[in-house]
Design a protein around this ligand. Structure first.
Ligand code: ADP
Length: 538
């Protein structure tokens, strides 16, 4: 029997029209390169996004044409996020922290036709220009300087569009946006999102037990719009009609804290590295910034429990989330079920986990002997499926083993799932330490080390060992002026772990190498310490 329901397309046109009709007075604030604030309303955003769509069509944009961006989090980038897809194009943000040769590879692989670039990033464009073939380059004048001669200004391009633009018809499954993974574990891989997947992801993300975002919020996404669509927050935010605060190129702790205070931000999102900086600034000058109660969404790498506790002291709530480029990206969030709230210690333990799957995301962990039980201990590779999970990479057949024959995506993350359904990520498959046939979780050791008062950061890697195959080595960065010996760190870990888990060696570094998206670059550490001779294991 057929239902009586309409077959209403899930498209970004609906989100844009909704924003223009319902929230015209709400504000969008952008921090410009000179640190001044650019302010306009949803009404302005709506008109300009539609003008961009119209200008693109007049310029000959065909269905599915890729329009790349090389931009910070700004109002113009937001316009491209909507204007390109509603014109039938595919918006493709490029990660400006990658090496120019990687950016060129990605532009080439994605077959980008048009590039919208911030004027303050023109140097980067110059570095890739010779290696790519683009039909058109449009420059956003963010710095207040005139656009260099011979280049096309974004404002002039917008002026070529019409207000009475009519949206092309399209199927909700058509492509709207694409992003490449940051390549932590290999060459960047392209993921193409559809109108449908973005709308469903926005609905899922906004839910109270997910990010809990609504029109009463003031949202500041620190996560860059050039990586996994800033966790979809520009779309989720515009759907809810919240006030948006976009930090532009200024992502240092002081600039962020200033904006949190002056714009009365209630929700922000970023990777742990950003929050470590913010925490240090707050600890140094606890009364300098008058902040609203604010929720900080942390993902991209594991949020150490010590950090969650430390922010609580400032009335700032950390929400731990897990996701991937292949998942649009939201997979899980760690909010507490009612019966897990009463014991504060248990609550912290759960908040440090990656959490429960968002509705419409299904999870399972698979070990060598098949699906592992939800006992909180058995480890297996996390596999997921759902309407905003990729079913394949863009133009990359050889990666098809990332999907199981029964249609699940293999995340490459190793997890335990507890009886409540909360996941705890132990490692990425490539980072696991296999000692004497057993696995040691580097994330567990890192989190425990980061709870030591002298430790700022810790990354634990495997080093080869003739007897045990691999043994853990801890690379530690100390807090300013702090001192600690390997023996003291070992004694600190001892009560928490089985003896064979404890690192064989500690090395003290000035900093831990990172990827373009702020994750520990463990491959580099492994290379550096591959010949390290640790003490013999008893
Ligand atoms: P890349 O694979 O190039 O790093 P992504 O940014 O898509 O690109 O990374 C997704 C990966 O980041 C996940 O597979 C997982 O290993 C890691 N990750 C994301 N969130 C968390 C988290 N909360 N805790 C631990 N690891 C996380």
């Amino acid at each position: 029997m057929q239902s009586c329901m309409m077959d209403f397309p899930l498209s970004l046109v609906h989100l844009l029209e909704r924003a223009g009709a319902l929230f015209p007075k709400e504000e969008i604030v952008t921090r410009l390169p000179d640190k001044s604030l650019h302010r306009y309303t949803y009404a302005d955003f709506y008109h300009r996004a539609r003008r961009l769509a119209s200008a693109l069509q007049k310029a000959g944009l065909q269905k599915g044409d890729r329009v790349a961006t090389l931009s910070w989090n700004t109002y113009a980038h937001l316009e491209a996020y909507f204007g390109v897809p509603v014109a039938g194009g595919v918006v493709h943000p490029l990660n400006l922290r990658l090496h120019p040769s990687d950016i060129a590879y990605i532009i080439h692989h994605a077959q980008d036709k048009i590039l919208i670039v911030d004027d303050v990033l023109l140097k980067l464009y110059e570095a890739v220009r010779e290696q790519v073939r683009l039909e058109r380059v449009i420059v956003v004048p963010l710095s207040g300087q005139p656009v260099p001669a011979g280049l096309e200004s974004y404002e002039d391009f917008l002026a070529s569009g019409d207000d009475d633009f009519a949206y092309p018809a399209f199927d909700e499954r058509e492509a709207a946006a694409m992003c490449y993974t940051s390549g932590t574990t290999g060459r960047p891989k392209g993921v193409v999102y559809s109108h449908r997947s973005i709308v469903l992801h926005s609905l899922g993300s906004a839910l109270p037990d997910a990010l809990n975002l609504g029109m009463q919020d003031v949202l500041l996404p620190v996560v860059p719009m050039f990586h996994v669509l800033a966790w979809g927050l520009p779309y989720t935010g515009v759907m809810t009609g919240c006030k948006l605060v976009l930090p532009g190129p200024h992502l240092d702790a002081e600039s962020l804290l200033e904006l949190y205070a002056s714009e009365r931000v209630t929700k922000t999102a970023g990777v742990p590295t950003i929050w470590l900086g913010v925490l240090q600034a707050l600890q140094k000058e606890p009364t300098r910034w008058k902040l609203q109660p604010m929720e900080m969404v942390v993902g991209g790498s594991a949020a150490p429990e010590a950090m969650i506790r430390a922010f609580d002291q400032f009335g700032l709530k950390v929400l731990h989330a897990w996701g991937m480029t292949e998942m649009s990206p939201l997979g899980t969030t760690s909010r507490l079920k009612r019966h897990l709230r009463s014991d504060p210690e248990e609550a912290y333990r759960y908040r440090a986990m990656q959490g429960l799957p968002t509705p419409l995301v299904e999870i399972r962990a698979v070990g060598e002997a098949g699906v592992v039980p939800w006992d909180g201990r058995s480890l297996g590779e996390l596999q997921v499926r759902g309407p905003w999970v990729a079913a394949g990479y863009y133009n990359l057949e050889e990666e098809s083993d990332k999907w199981t024959p029964d249609g699940w995506f293999r995340t490459g993350d190793v997890v335990a799932i507890d009886p409540e359904g909360y996941i705890r990520i132990a490692d990425r498959t490539k980072d696991l330490i296999k000692s004497g046939g057993e696995w040691i979780s580097s994330i567990d050791l890192e989190n425990a080390l980061m709870a030591h008062p002298a430790v700022k950061e810790a990354a634990v890697i495997a080093i080869p060992d003739p007897k045990w195959d691999e043994r853990p080595l801890a690379a530690v960065v100390l807090k300013e002026g702090a001192q600690v010996t390997p023996e003291e760190l070992q004694a600190f870990l001892e009560p928490r772990f089985a003896k064979w888990w404890l690192p064989d060696a500690y090395v003290f570094l000035e900093e831990i190498p990172r990827t373009s998206t702020g994750k520990f670059l463990k491959s580099q550490l492994r290379e550096r310490f591959k010949d390290y001779k640790a003490k013999a294991q008893p």
